[in-house]
Design a protein around this ligand. Structure first.
Ligand code: CA
Length: 223
Protein backbone atom coordinates (compact mmCIF):
# COMPACT_ATOMS: atom_id res chain seq x y z
CA UNK A 1 0.00 0.00 0.00
CA UNK A 2 1.22 3.52 -0.69
CA UNK A 3 0.12 7.09 -0.07
CA UNK A 4 1.05 10.13 1.95
CA UNK A 5 0.15 10.18 5.63
CA UNK A 6 0.17 13.35 7.70
CA UNK A 7 0.95 12.68 11.37
CA UNK A 8 -0.27 15.47 13.64
CA UNK A 9 1.33 14.79 17.01
CA UNK A 10 3.04 17.14 19.46
CA UNK A 11 5.18 14.48 21.14
CA UNK A 12 8.23 14.37 18.82
CA UNK A 13 9.33 10.89 19.91
CA UNK A 14 5.93 9.38 19.25
CA UNK A 15 5.57 11.24 15.94
CA UNK A 16 8.98 9.96 14.82
CA UNK A 17 8.13 6.40 15.81
CA UNK A 18 4.87 6.48 13.84
CA UNK A 19 6.64 7.98 10.85
CA UNK A 20 9.25 5.18 10.89
CA UNK A 21 6.63 2.44 11.07
CA UNK A 22 4.49 3.98 8.34
CA UNK A 23 7.51 4.42 6.07
CA UNK A 24 8.53 0.82 6.65
CA UNK A 25 5.02 -0.17 5.57
CA UNK A 26 5.53 1.68 2.27
CA UNK A 27 3.88 5.02 3.00
CA UNK A 28 5.30 8.49 2.72
CA UNK A 29 4.81 10.23 6.06
CA UNK A 30 5.40 13.70 7.46
CA UNK A 31 4.79 15.18 10.90
CA UNK A 32 3.36 18.40 12.30
CA UNK A 33 3.45 19.26 16.00
CA UNK A 34 1.40 22.46 16.14
CA UNK A 35 -2.35 22.67 15.49
CA UNK A 36 -2.09 26.03 13.72
CA UNK A 37 -0.05 24.58 10.88
CA UNK A 38 -2.39 21.73 10.02
CA UNK A 39 -5.14 23.19 7.81
CA UNK A 40 -2.81 25.19 5.53
CA UNK A 41 -0.57 22.14 5.06
CA UNK A 42 -3.54 19.88 4.31
CA UNK A 43 -4.71 22.31 1.62
CA UNK A 44 -1.22 22.48 0.19
CA UNK A 45 -0.10 18.84 0.34
CA UNK A 46 -3.43 17.00 0.04
CA UNK A 47 -2.34 13.94 2.10
CA UNK A 48 -4.15 10.62 1.58
CA UNK A 49 -4.85 10.19 5.29
CA UNK A 50 -4.41 12.21 8.49
CA UNK A 51 -3.59 10.87 11.96
CA UNK A 52 -4.86 13.66 14.14
CA UNK A 53 -4.07 13.97 17.83
CA UNK A 54 -6.85 15.57 19.85
CA UNK A 55 -4.79 17.63 22.29
CA UNK A 56 -2.39 19.91 20.48
CA UNK A 57 -0.70 23.23 21.09
CA UNK A 58 -2.11 26.05 18.99
CA UNK A 59 -5.43 24.53 17.99
CA UNK A 60 -7.29 21.43 19.12
CA UNK A 61 -7.98 18.38 16.98
CA UNK A 62 -11.77 18.79 17.05
CA UNK A 63 -11.59 22.23 15.52
CA UNK A 64 -9.10 21.11 12.92
CA UNK A 65 -11.22 18.09 11.94
CA UNK A 66 -14.32 20.28 11.53
CA UNK A 67 -12.52 22.77 9.32
CA UNK A 68 -10.96 20.08 7.13
CA UNK A 69 -14.41 18.60 6.56
CA UNK A 70 -15.57 21.89 5.03
CA UNK A 71 -13.26 21.37 2.07
CA UNK A 72 -12.06 17.76 2.04
CA UNK A 73 -13.23 14.20 2.61
CA UNK A 74 -9.66 12.99 3.28
CA UNK A 75 -9.74 10.04 5.73
CA UNK A 76 -9.02 11.18 9.29
CA UNK A 77 -8.09 8.96 12.25
CA UNK A 78 -8.47 10.81 15.55
CA UNK A 79 -6.02 9.96 18.32
CA UNK A 80 -6.95 10.55 21.93
CA UNK A 81 -5.28 9.87 25.26
CA UNK A 82 -8.53 8.95 26.99
CA UNK A 83 -10.71 5.99 26.12
CA UNK A 84 -13.78 7.74 27.68
CA UNK A 85 -13.26 10.53 25.18
CA UNK A 86 -14.13 8.29 22.23
CA UNK A 87 -17.84 8.11 23.06
CA UNK A 88 -18.06 11.87 23.24
CA UNK A 89 -16.19 12.23 19.96
CA UNK A 90 -18.55 9.77 18.25
CA UNK A 91 -21.48 11.79 19.54
CA UNK A 92 -20.11 14.95 17.96
CA UNK A 93 -20.22 13.39 14.48
CA UNK A 94 -17.07 15.14 13.38
CA UNK A 95 -16.74 13.08 10.26
CA UNK A 96 -13.61 11.26 11.44
CA UNK A 97 -13.20 7.78 9.95
CA UNK A 98 -11.74 6.01 12.98
CA UNK A 99 -10.53 6.60 16.53
CA UNK A 100 -7.42 5.29 18.28
CA UNK A 101 -6.67 5.52 21.97
CA UNK A 102 -3.24 6.10 23.50
CA UNK A 103 -1.16 4.22 24.42
CA UNK A 104 -1.11 2.21 21.20
CA UNK A 105 1.38 0.03 19.45
CA UNK A 106 2.71 1.55 16.20
CA UNK A 107 1.86 -1.76 14.53
CA UNK A 108 -1.78 -1.31 15.47
CA UNK A 109 -1.76 2.21 14.03
CA UNK A 110 -0.33 0.95 10.73
CA UNK A 111 -3.04 -1.74 10.60
CA UNK A 112 -5.76 0.86 11.23
CA UNK A 113 -4.35 3.18 8.59
CA UNK A 114 -4.42 0.36 6.04
CA UNK A 115 -7.95 -0.65 7.03
CA UNK A 116 -9.28 2.91 6.69
CA UNK A 117 -7.56 3.37 3.32
CA UNK A 118 -8.99 0.08 2.07
CA UNK A 119 -12.46 1.09 3.22
CA UNK A 120 -12.36 4.57 1.74
CA UNK A 121 -10.56 3.60 -1.48
CA UNK A 122 -8.18 6.07 -3.05
CA UNK A 123 -11.03 8.55 -3.10
CA UNK A 124 -11.38 8.74 -6.87
CA UNK A 125 -14.34 7.34 -8.72
CA UNK A 126 -15.02 7.55 -12.42
CA UNK A 127 -18.59 7.88 -13.65
CA UNK A 128 -20.31 8.12 -17.02
CA UNK A 129 -19.59 10.94 -19.48
CA UNK A 130 -16.08 11.49 -18.14
CA UNK A 131 -17.21 12.62 -14.71
CA UNK A 132 -14.49 12.02 -12.11
CA UNK A 133 -15.13 12.60 -8.41
CA UNK A 134 -12.20 12.86 -6.05
CA UNK A 135 -13.53 12.60 -2.54
CA UNK A 136 -10.27 13.40 -0.75
CA UNK A 137 -10.31 16.85 -2.36
CA UNK A 138 -14.05 17.34 -2.94
CA UNK A 139 -13.05 17.91 -6.51
CA UNK A 140 -15.13 17.01 -9.56
CA UNK A 141 -13.99 17.12 -13.17
CA UNK A 142 -16.05 16.57 -16.29
CA UNK A 143 -14.11 15.69 -19.41
CA UNK A 144 -11.03 17.12 -17.71
CA UNK A 145 -12.69 20.45 -16.77
CA UNK A 146 -12.73 21.31 -13.08
CA UNK A 147 -16.36 21.92 -12.02
CA UNK A 148 -15.23 24.02 -9.06
CA UNK A 149 -17.96 22.75 -6.72
CA UNK A 150 -18.73 23.77 -3.17
CA UNK A 151 -18.62 20.99 -0.54
CA UNK A 152 -22.43 20.73 -0.56
CA UNK A 153 -22.63 20.58 -4.37
CA UNK A 154 -19.93 17.92 -4.39
CA UNK A 155 -21.75 15.73 -1.85
CA UNK A 156 -25.01 16.11 -3.74
CA UNK A 157 -23.45 15.12 -7.05
CA UNK A 158 -21.53 12.27 -5.46
CA UNK A 159 -24.65 10.84 -3.87
CA UNK A 160 -26.77 11.10 -7.02
CA UNK A 161 -23.99 9.72 -9.24
CA UNK A 162 -23.49 6.70 -6.98
CA UNK A 163 -27.06 5.65 -7.69
CA UNK A 164 -27.71 6.38 -11.37
CA UNK A 165 -31.33 6.26 -12.51
CA UNK A 166 -32.70 6.31 -9.00
CA UNK A 167 -35.05 9.16 -8.13
CA UNK A 168 -34.57 10.96 -4.82
CA UNK A 169 -37.00 13.33 -3.17
CA UNK A 170 -35.80 16.68 -1.87
CA UNK A 171 -36.20 15.37 1.68
CA UNK A 172 -34.00 12.34 0.98
CA UNK A 173 -31.33 14.56 -0.50
CA UNK A 174 -31.50 16.94 2.44
CA UNK A 175 -31.15 14.08 4.94
CA UNK A 176 -28.08 13.01 3.05
CA UNK A 177 -26.47 16.43 2.76
CA UNK A 178 -27.36 17.72 6.21
CA UNK A 179 -27.15 14.65 8.48
CA UNK A 180 -27.22 16.93 11.53
CA UNK A 181 -30.95 17.45 10.86
CA UNK A 182 -30.42 21.12 10.38
CA UNK A 183 -33.66 22.73 9.30
CA UNK A 184 -33.35 23.90 5.74
CA UNK A 185 -36.07 24.84 3.27
CA UNK A 186 -36.94 22.56 0.32
CA UNK A 187 -35.79 25.33 -1.97
CA UNK A 188 -32.25 24.97 -0.65
CA UNK A 189 -31.84 21.70 -2.51
CA UNK A 190 -33.37 23.21 -5.67
CA UNK A 191 -30.93 26.07 -5.53
CA UNK A 192 -27.92 23.74 -5.07
CA UNK A 193 -29.10 21.55 -7.95
CA UNK A 194 -29.58 24.59 -10.15
CA UNK A 195 -26.01 25.76 -9.54
CA UNK A 196 -24.70 22.24 -10.03
CA UNK A 197 -26.46 21.89 -13.40
CA UNK A 198 -25.16 25.27 -14.50
CA UNK A 199 -21.58 24.27 -13.65
CA UNK A 200 -22.01 21.00 -15.56
CA UNK A 201 -23.49 22.86 -18.55
CA UNK A 202 -20.63 25.39 -18.47
CA UNK A 203 -18.07 22.58 -18.57
CA UNK A 204 -19.89 20.60 -21.25
CA UNK A 205 -23.01 22.15 -22.85
CA UNK A 206 -24.14 18.87 -24.43
CA UNK A 207 -24.02 16.88 -21.21
CA UNK A 208 -27.05 16.63 -19.00
CA UNK A 209 -26.45 14.53 -15.92
CA UNK A 210 -29.03 15.65 -13.37
CA UNK A 211 -32.68 15.49 -14.32
CA UNK A 212 -35.64 16.77 -12.39
CA UNK A 213 -38.61 14.47 -12.12
CA UNK A 214 -41.70 16.61 -11.87
CA UNK A 215 -43.35 16.50 -8.47
CA UNK A 216 -40.92 13.87 -7.16
CA UNK A 217 -37.32 15.01 -7.07
CA UNK A 218 -34.09 14.45 -8.91
CA UNK A 219 -32.06 11.70 -10.50
CA UNK A 220 -28.63 11.27 -12.04
CA UNK A 221 -28.77 9.83 -15.53
CA UNK A 222 -26.20 10.25 -18.27
CA UNK A 223 -27.79 11.35 -21.55
CA1 CA B 1 -1.05 15.71 22.26
Amino acid sequence: MSGTILIVEDEPKLAGLLRDYLQQAGFTAFCLGNGIEVVPRVRQEMPDLILLDLMLPGRDGLDICKEIRTFSGVPIIMVTARIEEIDRLLGLELGADDYICKPFSPREVVARVKAVLRRTGNGQTVHAEGLVLDESRYRATLGGHDLDLTAVEFKLLQFLAANPGRIYSRQQLMDRIYPDQRIVADRTIDSHIKKLRKKIADASPSTELIHSVYGVGYKFEPS
